[in-house]
Design a binder for this molecule. Structure first.
Ligand SMILES: Nc1ncnc2c1ncn2[C@@H]1O[C@H](COP(=O)(O)OP(=O)(O)O)[C@@H](O)[C@H]1O
Ligand SMILES: [Mg+2]
Length: 255
């Protein structure tokens, strides 16, 4: 892979569910080491984009490239290898309720990396420290944790595998402002300390401005604009302007 080629590239990706075209020729690049934030209203296809990158969905048309590989062309074991380089922080933390904090964070280390428990425990402790979780939580179950702690566990699990790419789906949704801010700081930390490439999906503009190197807005199946936080803030595009200045749930201007 050339050093200047993007870590993630979507080329004219289209995807329909039934007769609803959710993604319509989406082009998107995420450069190595950058944090790109995708904004857009609920239901526009943000999570669908993430799932294509994680190899959980295949495009109807177009190509999804990750680290120089065309995901749709990979064999199953090659996709698994690629997934090892990725950490995904799912929208509702998506922890296994019946497993302990340790078992959740160590899950892929044990299953995909066949790491012995003693080594996994070491890694888990380090990652918990990095995301600000005390190790006396190791044996608790998710139900015993607050929403913010669950998010941190989800993040610790994502970074346990030392990924080159982290995908975050609505990392601050449902959290109080203080916890949201802590999660934003962690996303910045992951970039600074681990040098990861990050793709963050959110409809929280405060979070977007804080963590993004670049922001892309999706509307009606297409990326309608992309730029630095300042460029997005001062965008004259009526859709972007309305979204970033406030009433996320208000009516969009007539096109
Ligand atoms: N597996 C699926 N089957 C059918 N429809 C889906 C599926 N996944 C997503 N959708 C639909 O596609 C649209 C976009 O979904 P999603 O990507 O989750 O939006 P967002 O994350 O931006 O809120 C929604 O209308 C959703 O109902
Ligand atoms: Mg979503």
């Amino acid at each position: 892979m050339e050093s200047n080629s993007p870590a993630i590239r979507l080329v004219k990706v289209s995807k329909s569910f039934g007769d609803r075209k959710v993604l319509d020729q989406v082009d998107l690049d995420v450069k190595a080491g950058e944090t790109l934030v995708i904004i857009g209203r609920s239901g526009v296809g943000k999570s669908t984009i993430l799932k294509h990158i994680a190899g959980l969905l295949a495009p109807d048309e177009g190509e999804v490239w990750v680290e120089g590989q065309d995901v749709a062309k990979l064999k199953e074991d090659e996709v698994n290898e690629l997934r090892k380089k990725m950490g995904v922080v799912f929208q509702y933390a998506a922890l296994f309720d019946s497993l302990t904090v340790y078992e959740n964070i160590a899950f892929r280390l044990l299953r995909d990396f066949k790491m012995p428990h003693a080594k996994a425990l070491e890694v888990v402790r380090r990652k918990m420290e990095l995301v600000g979780l005390k190790d006396d939580l190791l044996d608790l179950k998710p139900a015993q944790l607050s929403g913010g702690m669950r998010k941190r566990v989800g993040l610790a699990r994502a970074i346990a595998v030392e990924p080159e790419i982290i995908l975050y789906d609505e990392p601050t949704s449902g959290l109080d402002p203080v916890t949201s801010e802590a999660i934003n700081d962690l996303i910045l930390d992951m970039q600074k300390k681990l040098g990861v490439t990050s793709l963050v999906v959110t409809h929280d503009m405060h979070s977007a401005y804080k963590v993004a190197n670049r922001i892309a807005m999706i509307y009606d199946g297409k990326i309608i604009g992309a730029g630095t936080p300042d460029e997005i803030k001062s965008s004259r595009d009526p859709y972007i302007h309305q979204f970033v200045t406030g009433s996320v749930d208000g009516p969009m201007p007539i096109r």
